[in-house]
Design a protein around this ligand. Structure first.
Ligand code: BG6
Length: 517
């Protein structure tokens, strides 16, 4: 018997035909950890949205699984609540929901219990008939990371990695806790799944603005000739968040900012901004270049870590006029926690293009605002012919700054000097701005929409590969090792500030300052 799926309302034909032309084959997605936060906030809203835009066919099913016992109907009700709450910039449509809900199923189960996998197998067989999923299945591991290896081995024991259609697995970050555990996890996964079926997710690679870096660099002729050590003085990559740990204290206390953001998201952003052009734009060529770049990042000697890496932790402070507690006062956090909630690192890429150019990368919780951007500071002209006016009265030593704004105001700005009106030849910095929202006038898909669709379509370009994951662990490992054996005098920055003084000092030693984004 097939499920009757109600007709969907018309979507904007412009969106449908021009931008969203990727359609995917029938399939079932099995979400392990379906009652968790990621599933509620990101996965289900993204799947609903893809369904709404008809980018996934109605021959589709989601099988949620977690320890919480509940029926299909209760699962549908809970997901309806989450989807309507967490849909980003998109309306919730009751009719579409009714059709979508018929594709949702739930199997209660414990990852450690072999019977749970048999239940999932039965359910997959069932939806293959009722929802015509053609035996294709995508397993999404959104559980506690310590269960990943066990769950994959069990999938293998129950022959779930094979079926009448394709089988793939998506693994959420963190992929390992350090280099050794990441390697071990890779080995375990490879016992069951072939590398071509493994999708390691890093949602930053799915962000439109991160993808646009490649379009900007390699789709235009004018920037790439300048994109090297001869013209670029330094780069700054900032990912600031005003939120704290939001109920994730227990996880975050063990992870810290370096592991949570720099090892994965920001090292991938850094690779995207600095990799060589691929010869062909396909999964392997793009990933080869990202991996090659990450392997060129200098691995710090232990004695260099204090010079090139700064760790911070927020104390109580104020954000937007509101008092906020320090990290050690957050729920489930140890009163003496040595966790870094701020990390700043100076990386060097030892290749011909970048030798000697510092890449300053920083991230922190409880910063004054949420902003992620990449600032590329070009060198100044050889002679300063004009006297310069600035709003602050300070002379800008190097006027040409290119900022790739990842979020929340997505766009690109280029700063250059212009003549100030009036007699005499005085110049002042001005800026040329491109704004994503106003230029395209339509909503961009969220990172999870893009990535889920890609995995269903079998396109791993925006997923990380084993060699990339290992290379990015390698570049942070000396810092993690030293910090694990250091007793920091925390907290060292108040909530609502731009981080510890030591971070400014790290740049000052190179004659540079952090930009206020
Ligand atoms: C996650 C981190 O991977 O990325 C979080 O675990 C962080 O701590 C989040 O808040 C940031 O993602 P985004 O898309 O909001 O910048």
């Amino acid at each position: 018997m097939s499920v009757v799926v109600q007709p969907l309302p018309d979507v904007n034909p412009l969106q449908d035909s021009l931008r969203f032309d990727r359609r995917v084959p029938p399939c079932a997605i099995v979400i392990f950890g379906a009652s968790g936060d990621l599933s509620k906030r990101k996965l289900l809203p993204s799947l609903y949205r893809l369904f709404y835009e008809r980018r996934i066919s109605s021959s589709f099913a989601v099988i949620g699984s977690s320890r919480t016992p509940m029926s299909d109907d209760v699962f549908r009700d809970r997901m309806k609540e989450s989807v309507s709450k967490f849909l980003e910039d998109a309306p919730f449509d009751e009719d579409v929901w009714q059709s979508f809900a018929q594709c949702l199923f739930y199997v209660p189960g414990d990852l450690a219990n072999p019977e749970s996998y048999e239940d999932i197998k039965r359910k997959l067989g069932q939806v293959e008939k009722t929802n015509e999923t053609a035996g294709n299945a995508l397993f999404y591991l959104s559980t506690q990371p310590s269960y990943y290896a066990e769950a994959i081995l069990e999938l293998g024991k129950h022959d779930l990695q094979k079926g009448s259609g394709w089988r793939r697995v998506i693994i959420e970050k963190p992929f390992g806790h350090d280099l050794t555990s990441a390697r071990k996890l890779n080995d375990e996964i490879h016992k069951v799944f072939d590398e071509s079926a493994i999708y390691r997710i890093d949602h930053y690679l799915g962000k439109e603005t991160v993808q646009n870096i490649l379009a900007f660099r390699f789709g235009n002729g004018i920037f790439e000739p300048l994109w090297n050590r001869r013209y670029i003085d330094y780069l700054q990559i900032t990912a600031a968040e005003s939120i704290g740990v939001e109920g994730r204290g227990a996880y975050y206390q063990e992870a810290g900012a370096l592991r949570d953001m720099i090892q994965n998201h920001l090292s991938q952003v850094m690779a995207t901004v600095s990799m060589e052009p691929p010869t062909v734009f396909d999964a392997n060529n793009v990933r080869d270049e990202r991996a090659k770049l990450l392997r060129s990042v200098r691995i710090m000697k232990p004695e260099d870590v204090p010079k090139y890496a700064v760790s911070g932790q927020y104390g109580p402070g104020k954000i937007g006029g509101q008092d906020v507690p320090g990290f050690r006062e957050e729920p489930s956090v140890d009163k003496n926690a040595q966790t870094d909630t701020y990390a700043a690192v100076t990386f060097f890429v030892d290749n011909w293009r970048w030798a000697g150019v510092p890449f300053y990368v920083r991230t922190g919780k409880r910063m004054p605002k949420r902003v992620t951007d990449i600032a590329i500071q070009f060198k100044g002209p050889p002679l300063g012919l004009f006297s310069q006016e600035t709003r602050t009265g300070l002379r800008e030593a190097r006027p040409n700054l290119l900022v790739l704004r990842i979020q929340p105001e997505e766009g690109i700005s280029l700063r250059f000097l212009s003549k100030s009106p009036g007699s005499g030849m005085r110049v002042r910095p001005v800026s040329m701005d491109f704004n994503y929202g106003s230029s395209f006038g339509e909503r961009s898909p969220t990172a999870y929409e893009t990535l889920l669709l890609d995995a269903m379509a079998g396109d791993p370009t925006l997923y990380t590969r084993q060699d990339m994951v290992e290379a990015s662990w390698q570049i942070v490992q000396p810092i993690l090792d030293l910090w694990a054996n250091t007793k920091f005098d925390f907290p060292n920055y108040p909530a609502g500030s731009w981080g510890p003084k030591a971070s400014d000092e790290m740049l000052a030693r190179q004659g540079h300052v952090w930009r206020i984004p």
